[in-house]
Design a binder for this molecule. Structure first.
Ligand SMILES: [Zn+2]
Length: 205
């Protein structure tokens, strides 16, 4: 599957799957963006698109295949839908605009995914691009700890580390500067080279 927001909007993850929130465990993954422009949401996979209103998800987009069901929640109230509903759409196609409808305290996208009716972590289904592979490593690390904010990405020259609970762990996949910069945007974290050098190393991921 494809990341649902393109890099030009500098999307970052504000809540991971399974994270404890005020109402219980988070059943999807949340994305924010500081872009002043309308943030375009693209289809993570192809399928049949429908559109609904829901007290919790607000104005939302659903994409269904025989196996998958994707919910893209909290679409923008006015002009929040970019295609007409009840039609087949392609992976990567622009479908909605990020908004703040439903149970939402700020503009964001909530992506919830079902695999054969079972709710799953969407990030585990991303295509194997280098950046998505690192996204998964960071996501796994964040989920391992009760406080996901204890997980940071370090970007020393070409960043290769995560910091988890004040220990540095090496990321094992080959990474490019561009990918790490994009990840820094996605997860909204940054540690300077000087600070990175002060942090002790833990076991590799
Ligand atoms: Zn959410």
């Amino acid at each position: 599957m494809k990341y649902p927001i393109s890099e030009e909007f500098n999307p970052y993850i504000t809540a991971v799957f399974g994270q404890k929130l005020w109402y219980g465990k988070h059943r999807g993954v949340d994305f924010g963006s500081k872009s002043p422009d309308p943030v375009i949401i693209t289809a993570p996979h192809s399928g049949y698109l429908t559109q609904y209103f829901h007290y919790q998800w607000g104005k939302y987009t659903e994409i269904k295949t025989t196996r998958f069901r994707t919910i893209l929640a909290h679409n923008k109230l006015l002009d929040g839908w970019l295609v007409e509903g009840n039609r087949n759409i392609n992976k990567g196609q622009a479908v909605a605009v990020m908004g703040n409808t439903g149970w939402s305290t700020g503009r964001h996208l909530h992506w919830q995914l079902y695999d054969n009716g079972i709710i799953v972590d969407p990030l585990n289904y991303l295509d194997d691009t280098p950046m998505n592979m690192i996204t998964r490593v960071v996501n796994t690390a964040k989920k391992k700890f009760s406080d996901p904010s204890s997980v940071f990405i370090i970007v020393p020259d070409v960043g290769e580390y995560l910091v988890i609970n004040n220990e540095k762990r090496k990321i094992t996949s080959k990474t490019s500067t561009k990918d790490m910069e994009a990840l820094k945007n996605i997860f909204g974290v940054y540690v300077s080279k000087e600070d990175a050098d002060k942090i002790p190393s833990g076991e590799d991921l």
